[in-house]
Design a protein around this ligand. Structure first.
Ligand SMILES: Nc1nc2c(c(=O)[nH]1)N[C@H]1C(S)=C(S)[C@@H](COP(=O)(O)O)O[C@H]1N2
Ligand SMILES: [Mo]
Length: 505
């Protein structure tokens, strides 16, 4: 047996890692980018056990890169785990001189590990098939050793096994990739309870009211930001979804997707902003949301909460607790901008809670638990205080030199339920202030008056002085309060301060 690939330590390791790679890819091929992918539970555990500080840094500074690193780590760990098991099976086979042990051991190990992690018995065959094929191939080419065929040298046998493993890995990832697409082009909304004429009228109004200024998002965002605690989003089918109302209630109530879509829905503009956003950051966006007022759902259950507080729970393990007062203004949303709510934004159903930081707008909503005493949700357990009202903010997104020699500044202003009355701009570092032009407000739910919780765009043009100067921008809420100039970072309760920018001329 001197010359056998699988009788050398290096050979076993090589085949073990190659088969493990094919196994990880096989799982992906069977599941796509969904929570049933074998690396997903490991990624979730990593994001749950990572210290709050690290998660916060990942969210605020690394953004989605932090999540990708987390996923990559999870995939590497899965690969190592698979490789350890397969190499063990190869070693056992060669010690016992048993030809079945490597393939059977590999199959059993991968299936048990994957099924234990994902609880998916059939899909757990995904990693088994390609990994066993690679191990079987390594055994088969080993069996040819000594004969005068092209794979007689050990090196060539190793290379051919490796090549096939890489091919299997590539195929697995390609197949999985095809399974993953969903949410990018969400289908048109078609729910019995939704008023599609009103939807179209509001979308038209948003387009008509958007200022003709380059470099800023229109009133309905084209690229809506995403913040998730996991890098792999839940993948629930609408038919399998239901929402239960539990806890301090007279009787528990469960609503399914069809029932929800049959109830009278509202079409409501709301802006979302992440508490972890930076002062002039981009985790702020606006959409037209379609859904059923949450209050109408919990009314059926009969609320008896001692703390007047509620815990929202989601498919991805996310939880957030906040006052009923805010909850009662919220909606159970299944449509976004006239389309079915995309997977990344919480398909099938999310909560939208006007005026409050993004984190209470629970995606993939599955349970509303009425409480008798307060608890900490996911972010509050990690040191954030992001369940309250948003802080008024004016962003400075664009500065463009126009043909006539003026400089055009532009951005958005958002004050939550306190509204936006004016935006003021200074081009001398805050000594003197002028009013910016505001976009016409988006329409309210009933079409009468302005939307209660939506941003507005602003723009201001001036003649640059030809020397260095600082532009500053601030907003005033409907009650006449000027946005605070006191600067704080995002942690724990959201950024504050006036956005400013220096110009050399
Ligand atoms: N289930 C669930 N809901 C969630 C989150 C999450 O990770 N899981 N993130 C929250 C945070 S921190 C924000 S800012 C908003 C972002 O919503 P978006 O991704 O649709 O922009 O969703 C909130 N709802
Ligand atoms: Mo957030």
């Amino acid at each position: 047996m001197k010359d056998a690939l699988l009788d050398s330590r290096g050979g076993r390791l090589l085949v073990g890692f190659a088969a493990a790679g094919a196994g990880v890819a096989g799982s992906y091929g069977a599941t796509g980018y969904t929570p049933t992918f074998v690396a997903s539970p490991i990624e979730r555990t990593l994001s749950r056990t990572m210290p709050g500080e690290v998660v916060s840094v990942a969210i605020t500074t690394l953004g989605s890169l932090g999540q990708q690193l987390n996923l990559l780590t999870a995939i590497l760990l899965t690969w190592l785990l698979f490789a350890a098991g397969i190499t063990g099976a190869l070693l056992a086979g060669s010690e016992a001189n048993n030809r079945l042990l490597p393939t059977v051991g590999t199959a059993v190990f991968l299936w048990v590990v994957t099924a234990a992690l994902t609880r998916e018995l059939a899909l757990s065959l995904g990693p088994v098939v390609p990994a066993v094929a690679v191990v079987g191939l390594a055994q088969a080419v080993d069996a040819y050793r000594g004969s005068a065929d092209p794979i007689s040298s050990k090196r060539r046998r190793a290379l051919s096994t490796f090549g096939v493993a890489i091919g299997a890995t590539a195929v697995g990832f390609a197949v999985g990739e095809g399974k993953t697409s969903m949410g990018e082009d969400a289908p048109q909304l078609d729910a019995p309870g939704a008023d599609t004429e009103d939807l179209q009228a509001k979308l038209d109004a948003a387009e008509a009211n958007s200022l003709d200024v380059s470099g800023i998002e229109p009133l309905v965002s084209e690229n809506f930001y995403e913040v998730d605690i996991n890098s792999i989003d839940p993948n629930t089918k609408a038919a399998d979804w239901s929402l239960s109302i539990t806890g301090a209630v007279e009787s528990e109530v469960t609503v399914d997707y069809e029932e929800l879509q049959g109830m009278a829905a509202v079409n409501q503009f709301s802006t979302l902003r992440c508490v972890g956003d930076s002062l002039n950051g981009k985790k702020i966006d606006t959409a037209l949301w379609t859904g059923v007022p949450l209050q109408r759902l919990v009314e059926r259950a009969g609320v008896q909460s001692d703390c007047n507080c509620v815990l929202l729970k989601a498919q991805d393990g996310y939880e957030v607790e906040f006052p009923l007062e805010a909850f009662n203004r919220g909606i159970a949303v299944y449509g976004m901008n006239g389309k079915v709510l995309p997977r990344g934004h919480g398909y099938p159903v999310r909560a939208v809670i006007p005026g409050h930081w993004g984190e209470v707008n629970t995606k993939w909503l599955t349970e509303i638990e009425l409480l008798n005493s307060e608890v900490d949700g996911y972010w509050e357990q990690r040191g954030w205080e992001g369940t309250g009202p948003v802080k008024p903010t004016a962003t400075l997104r664009a500065d463009t030199m126009l043909d006539d020699g003026t400089r055009q500044l532009a951005g958005h202003a958002y004050g939550g339920l306190r509204g936006v009355s004016t935006v003021e701009v200074s081009t001398d570092g805050g000594s003197s202030w002028s009013e910016a032009t505001l976009s016409e407000p988006l329409p309210a739910v009933d079409g009468e008056g302005p939307a209660e919780d939506a941003w507005r765009q602003w723009t201001y043009s001036y003649d640059p002085p030809g020397s260095s100067h600082t532009a500053v921008v601030r907003m005033v809420t409907r009650d006449g309060t000027v946005q605070t100039m006191e600067e704080t970072g995002p942690r724990p309760s959201g950024p504050s301060g006036w956005v400013q920018k220096e110009f050399q001329s």
